[in-house]
Design a protein around this ligand. Structure first.
Ligand SMILES: [Zn+2]
Length: 106
């Protein structure tokens, strides 16, 4: 069986699907956010507690591995969203370029 950060995939999926609310835009809003507004997930393991970015966990569980060196861009510009259909793996440079454009447009 595949494991994710030490959890079985089935257990990780159960945790994931119990932790967000869907809004009218189709965003899956994660309930626990860090001070930057990003969703954070804590896998409580027997020996330790590990933090993981919720949108990266969601993408890896529901779509597949994120290519090395790429970050996930929120196409909906909603940092707390973990809907894999709203996420696209891009280079950090591309992600920054898009964020800049969004700021100018706002
Ligand atoms: Zn979204």
């Amino acid at each position: 069986m595949r494991t994710m950060k030490g959890l079985s995939e089935a257990h990780a999926l159960r945790l994931l699907h119990a932790s967000y609310d869907i809004n009218e835009a189709g965003c899956w809003n994660w309930r626990w956010l860090d001070s930057w507004g990003y969703g954070k997930v804590a896998w409580q393991l027997a020996d330790s507690r590990r933090w993981w970015m919720a949108h990266r966990a969601s993408y890896e569980l529901l779509v597949g591995p994120i290519p090395t060196g790429l970050s996930l861009d929120h196409l909906c510009r909603n940092r707390s969203c973990i809907n894999p259909q709203h996420l696209e793996p891009v280079t950090i440079a591309e992600n920054n370029r898009r964020a800049m454009k969004a700021r100018v447009a706002a």
